[in-house]
Design a protein around this ligand. Structure first.
Ligand code: SF4
Ligand code: SF4
Length: 305
């Protein structure tokens, strides 16, 4: 692989620091961390439970650093059901070796079926058992996506498998490692990459009451929305596909904490509301589990609209 220049480390570090909203004084530290990671390569064990793999796909959509850099230069993915080159017995061996060694950051994508453990099996072992073995040797556990963070779509009523979040499963197992929740459906690649680098090289970021990093999820999407002025003027889009404030069409930006409206998706090209959709609140703890969505639709008095 081509040697990486100091300039490249500083450039990537600058992008990560800006994307995370961190102090620029951390650029040298993050650059140094990236340099270390490029030689030692940071150990990540990524397990997928009840998931659609969408957060892995989103992770590969990272633009700064890009997927090739992430996988070959900075991160050592000990094991990943979708991305590992190994298959069959060699994949199982790689997983066993990684867990024996320990000391990795455990990334979990997807919920954990505690009601019917057999609903998600890996190599003849329930995902719940594998998860406990892997978490017991992890430095920290990062829950990527709505399903791992809060149960998400697998935990939607009637939740026949007993789909449970990472924190819920750890609680049941009587385990208490540091946990960082990065909800989203999927999680934005910047949220995953930035916070993983932070955990690896700076430490656990400051978290809110839902174990979400405050810098990523600390502000109400609605307050930073480009259509906020229209909301205040009560000029609402009336039909699906109309441009403008989507409040009357059920936008959950009014109760969702994320930075989508500032950051944008697909390299900052667009985001849900700008593309004339509502925000469905995929970063909310209650995503896909609210029984009564009518609360958010046409509720004029609640938000004074
Ligand atoms: S209701 Fe939705 S579209 Fe309207 S300002 Fe708030 S976040 Fe933006
Ligand atoms: S705008 Fe809302 S629905 Fe779209 S990705 Fe962000 S939090 Fe999820």
């Amino acid at each position: 692989m081509k040697p990486v220049s100091r300039r490249t480390f500083l450039k990537d570090a600058g992008i990560i620091v800006a994307g995370m909203g961190l102090s620029t004084t951390l650029v040298p530290q993050i650059a140094h961390g990236l340099e270390e990671m490029s030689t030692g390569r940071a150990p990540i064990l990524w397990l997928q439970g009840q998931s659609c793999s969408g957060c892995s796909v989103s992770f590969l959509n990272s633009s700064n650093p890009g997927p090739a850099d992430l996988l070959t230069r900075y991160l050592s993915l000990y094991f990943h059901q979708t991305l590992s080159a190994a298959t069959g017995v060699s994949a199982n061996d790689a997983l066993a070796t990684a867990i024996d060694k320990g000391g990795y950051i455990l990334v979990v994508e997807g919920a954990i079926p505690l009601g019917i453990p057999e609903a998600c099996m890996i190599n003849n072992e329930s995902f719940y058992e594998l998860f406990q073995r892997a978490a017991s040797k992890a430095k920290a556990v990062v829950a990527v996506g709505a399903c791992a963070s809060f149960g998400g779509i697998p935990a939607a009523p009637p939740n026949v498998t007993g789909a449970t979040s990472v924190q819920g499963a750890l609680k049941k197992a009587g385990m208490n490692p540091p946990v960082i929740n990065l909800p989203g459906c999927p999680t934005h690649p910047d949220w995953t990459v930035g916070n993983l680098v932070h955990v690896l090289k700076v430490g656990i970021p400051e978290l809110d009451q839902h174990a979400r990093p405050k810098r990523t999820y600390g502000r109400l999407l609605h307050d930073q929305c480009q259509f906020f002025a229209q909301y205040q003027a009560k000029e609402f889009a009336q039909h699906p596909g109309d441009q403008g404030c989507q409040f009357k069409l059920g936008c959950q930006g009014v109760v969702t904490h994320s930075d989508c409206s500032l950051r944008g998706w697909n390299g900052g090209v667009n985001w849900c509301v700008r593309s004339r959709s509502v925000c469905v609140g995929c970063a909310r703890p209650e995503f896909a589990r609210d029984r009564d969505y009518s609360f958010y639709r046409f509720n004029d008095t609640e938000h004074g609209a």
